[in-house]
Design a binder for this molecule. Structure first.
Ligand SMILES: [Zn+2]
Length: 106
């Protein structure tokens, strides 16, 4: 089946996917599976601070983190769990603040 690309969203970040497991789709492309975090290329940890190597996470520089959202993502077929902290950090932000709001200063 032809993958239908979701409309380009003005993503707040260029976060890609990092996942615990891998599967290969019909086109022979590696896709994230299982537990998925957001990861920014060039860093050695996830957006939520998990060290990739220590956690055994596989990087997917060709898969946007936004595409792993089971609700809307194009490559979420095998995704079992999306890290809420990574998601909250802007992986699929739509106008939401990137970080938790702190107590307003007077
Ligand atoms: Zn995470």
């Amino acid at each position: 089946m032809a993958p239908s690309r979701p409309p380009a969203r003005p993503s707040a970040t260029s976060a890609k996917a990092a996942a615990r497991d891998t599967w290969t789709d019909d086109e022979g492309v590696r896709r994230p599976a299982g537990e998925v975090h957001a990861w920014v290329p060039g860093q050695n940890q996830t957006v939520c601070g998990v060290p990739l190597a220590r956690a055994g996470l596989v990087r997917f520089p060709h898969v946007a983190f936004a595409d792993t959202d089971p609700a809307t993502g194009a490559h979420a077929d095998a995704v079992r769990w999306v890290c809420p902290r990574c998601a909250a950090a802007g992986g699929r932000a739509h106008g939401a603040p990137r970080w938790e709001r702190r107590d307003p200063r007077p």
